[in-house]
Design a protein around this ligand. Structure first.
Ligand code: UD2
Ligand code: MN
Length: 577
């Protein structure tokens, strides 16, 4: 059903696919991918299909494992070993422009070899792990749109240089409708080079699909490898990053594994671990990705720190899984657009449909976190809700059962907003996924509510306007410890979107209002702290413990003893629950 237009580019690769079949006039139903790929139809089949393998990796203290050094020779160029590179002040203007265009310092990137090696910051234990030699092969899928040349191609070179060639089946590059010249014929020529052994397949989307459908298209086209590895298009791999991932999948076909993601600095291209070391991936109730320490229960399941550990959710961009398992769990929801939310969808799915999600400490990959710019735009949404929020709604509605209520309490403005048709996803879940969200919270993500307690029901939310005034409570974009003030009501939400709930919290996003007895300030909400805010609809007063009331001058907020008829102590929320 999914037919590809195959073109032979001078014998370099027989599999270069240009254009989605859709534009070629062939009906392609992305939703039918499961059937096409031989995915399984019901839970029973998925379970029986689990392959059991012999021994996995073995730890032998003192005996170095089958660690394969990078293919490139030791080099001495600029940025080699990921030592930070300083910008020549004469390049300041070019630098500013590049940062705005790509989010990266392309001036420096262009000066660093595409074959550079990065620092080896793995746990020293890692070299004593002995991985099986007959591992499943991998197709590495890179989706990209308008990425800078050297950061994109350094990703390709790095994957080549650091992967044992018998395990690297192919790299599938999915161009999500880029319009930059350097990604046109130059790219097609470049990937034909002998050094890439005909292993690079380029798929050009005929229209902008967004990273989520682009990845699905990549997985559909990744026919050569047993495992699909997704990476962002601006990554650099550490030594021996691939075997620990493949080995885990070999042991358990339903293990979805993430490397530890290190940070390649967007300005100087230095390489560093994330500040909090090894962490679990979780989310707060408005779907911000968070990292929290590995709880003892999980840490103790392992004998060594260098062993894989389970995580409730992944960050999104970098992970490996059996290609057939990807399609068994239905791949991504094709209704997710452009960017965002898919990391939760796939994570919930993995757990709730019978898989496991792990972080693998001996596999490390660097990712450049954008700073100061993005090379693509977010299309305008047509129904008064941003694309990211719409994605979140789909994920919450399909997967979170009664827990979606906490999401809505954090984002009350999204209640009732349109999120498209989810019938197919709901049906898929019913037919294939034995666990519900409560099971996920209790058995897998049991450490989330410690950090991000369930949100209490809102009493009032929206703009908080002084009665008889045109001013609203405004966080003024001041993050923790800033003073909250009054500002002309603007109706755009953001710093004026507040929520006061039955748990006594008065919040703007993750920040809570508190008072030192006179002024009103913001702090990162402290779990289970009794802030003591309340709103009384009858006298329009916002009180905080000990009979104090929220009060105002023209521009300032403070608390003062409650007085029955004091007009400056009267408030109105534009929405009451
Ligand atoms: C993070 C993830 C990213 C994805 C995203 C949420 C990491 C390190 N990164 O954002 O993988 O899960 O959260 O959705 O975990 N792209 C397209 N088409 C688009 C937009 C982006 O192909 O319309 C490509 C882009 O070129 C890049 C990849 O998708 O290769 C991820 O985009 P990003 O790097 O801008 O996202 P990031 O790292 O901020
Ligand atoms: Mn990225």
């Amino acid at each position: 059903h999914i037919k590809k237009k195959e073109q032979n580019y001078g014998g370099i690769s027989k599999n270069i696919v240009i254009g989605l079949p859709k534009v070629e006039g062939i009906e392609v139903d992305l939703n039918s991918k499961r059937k096409d790929i031989g995915g399984k139809k019901d839970t029973k089949e998925i379970v029986e299909d689990t392959l059991t393998f012999e021994a996995g990796a073995v730890f032998k203290p003192g005996i170095v494992g089958n660690f394969e050094p990078p293919k490139s020779e030791r080099r001495t160029g600029l940025g080699e070993g990921a030592i930070p590179v300083q910008l020549n002040p004469a390049d300041e203007n070019k630098y500013v422009k590049a940062k705005r265009e790509f989010g990266f310092n392309m001036v420096i990137s262009d000066q660093i070899s595409l074959d550079r090696t990065v620092k080896d910051i793995r746990d020293p234990e890692c070299k004593y792990w002995h991985y099986p030699t007959d591992l499943p092969t991998a197709s590495v899928v890179l989706v990209f749109i308008n990425e800078g040349w050297s950061t994109l191609m350094r990703t390709v070179h790095s994957v080549f240089n650091t992967s044992p060639s018998h395990l690297l089946a192919e790299i599938v590059m999915v161009d999500d409708f880029s319009d930059k010249d350097h990604l046109k014929s130059k790219l097609e020529e470049y990937i034909k080079q002998d050094r890439f052994e005909g292993k690079i397949k380029l798929v050009r989307n005929a229209k902008r699909e967004g990273l989520i459908r682009a990845r699905t298209i990549g997985a559909i086209n990744a026919e050569r490898g047993e495992v699909v590895v997704f990476l962002d298009a601006h990554c650099e791999c550490s030594p021996n990053w691939l075997p620990p991932l493949l080995s885990r999948i070999k042991q358990n076909r339903k293990a979805v594994v993430c490397p530890l993601v290190d940070a390649v600095d967007a300005d100087n291209f230095g390489y560093a671990p994330q500040a909090d070391g090894m962490a679990r991936g979780v989310f707060n109730w408005d779907f911000f990705y968070k990292r929290i320490p590995i709880p003892p229960k999980e840490a103790n399941r392992r004998e060594r720190n260098s062993e894989p550990y389970r995580s409730p959710v992944m960050a999104g961009g970098l992970f490996a899984l059996s290609r057939s398992f990807f399609f068994d769990i239905g791949g991504y929801d094709n209704g997710l657009d452009i960017w965002g939310g898919e990391q939760y969808e796939i994570s919930f799915k993995i757990w709730m449909c019978g898989g496991i999600l792990e972080f693998v400490p001996c596999s490390r990959v660097g990712h450049i976190y954008r700073r100061g710019g993005i090379p693509y735009s977010y299309p305008q949404s047509d129904d008064g809700i941003s694309i990211v929020n719409k994605n979140y709604l789909r994920v919450a509605e399909v997967w979170m059962d009664e827990y979606k209520e906490y999401f809505y309490r954090m984002k009350p403005e999204l209640r009732g907003k349109p999120y498209g048709d989810i019938t197919e996803q709901v049906q898929f879940r019913q037919e294939h996924c034995p666990h519900d969200f409560k099971w996920f919270m209790d058995e897998v993500a049991y450490d989330i509510t410690e950090r991000f307690p369930l949100i209490s029901k809102n009493i009032g939310w929206g703009e908080v306007r002084g009665v008889g005034s045109s001013k609203c409570v405004d966080s003024m974009g001041r993050s923790p410890s800033g003073k909250v003030a009054l500002y002309g009501c603007h109706g755009y939400g953001g710093s004026q979107l507040l929520r006061l709930n039955e748990g006594g919290e008065f919040r703007v996003n993750e920040e809570c209002l508190y008072t030192d007895g006179s002024t009103v300030k913001l702090e990162r909400c402290v779990p289970r702290k009794q802030y003591g805010w309340n709103f009384n609809e009858n006298d329009s007063k916002i009180t905080v413990q000990d009979g104090m009331c929220l009060d105002r001058t023209e521009t300032e907020l403070f608390v003062s003893p409650c007085l029955p008829d004091k007009d400056t102590q009267k408030w109105q929320f534009n929405e009451l629950s």
